[in-house]
Design a protein around this ligand. Sequence first.
Ligand code: FES
Length: 353
Amino acid sequence: MSLTQSLLRSPAVAALTSPHGVDRYLEIMNPMWAVHDVRARVIGIHPETDEVTTLTLRPTSTWHGFRAGQFVQVGVEVDGARRTRCFSISSSEVGDPDTLTITVRAHDDGLVSAYLAHRARLGLVLHLSHAEGTFTLPETLPQRLLMISGGSGITPVMSMVRTLVDREYAGRITFLHYSRFPGSTIFGRELEELAGRENIDLAVVHTRAGGERFTAARLEQVAPDFADIDTFVCGPAGLVENVQRVFGDNDRLRVEYFKTSTITADPDNAHGSVRFARSGRAAENTGGTLLEQAEALGLRPEYGCRMGICFSCTSRKTEGTVRNVITGAESGLPDEDIQICVSQPMGDCAVDL
Ligand code: FES
């Protein structure tokens, strides 16, 4: 670490620049200067499909690198406010340590994803978290690997496969991918090239217009010995849950939900009322998540991933019991901090919002 960096990280500089911190002042001088925060400049833009774009990012020197399969939180100013969402890294962990790629699908209801997929320009500077997540390849690679992905869930899986190819992995990879129709297949051309490799068995299945969904029969066709293979699955909750059902209780299966479909209103819990104390808003409990119910009442709580990962939405629950829709855990402690994006109230509930 240089003398300047040591100085900028010192308690004396922290005290002098309080409460904003030294990085706020460095950012004003040059958005790529930082001693604690991570930021990244967009240095490449590559459309994958009509809805999906890959951005190549060059992070600040504060970046610690990543492992294939991990994700980052990306913050960007949209319409005057900073918004944060999680995106999987799609590049290989082997190669240029000073760049990474994220591959972003523009969701209809996604301000950040639509901005990054359609409006990002070269030179744009994004706020970045360090890489997070445990959906990663084992340290010691087994001789067989099975990858199953659906839609945008291919991004972390592709990061793993690219890494394996770069590492000249000599084992066998079976790769089963589901996309809606041929033109919507992300990395379609690269998948064709991968299919030509001796040690990769690739099957791309299309689901649109009466196409095929994941079935045990298809799995047995592509990998009859699947129960004995280290398997990674990432995609919409429906796909992941179907795979889990077929595998049963098998610790060779590693899953990553790309999009949680389970966060829907639960009619069983739709009783009582929900009160947002600070804003004085209240309504009948719809059974949706507290974030959804707050938004329906016109509140704009901070959020990032909306999947229970980033903790941006953490708020204080002052009364009532909530159920975590990811883990199923229920908690009725008073005055506890909860992630409102994945918490459904079970009856009367009050939150400090
Ligand atoms: S928005 Fe990320 S945990 Fe709730």
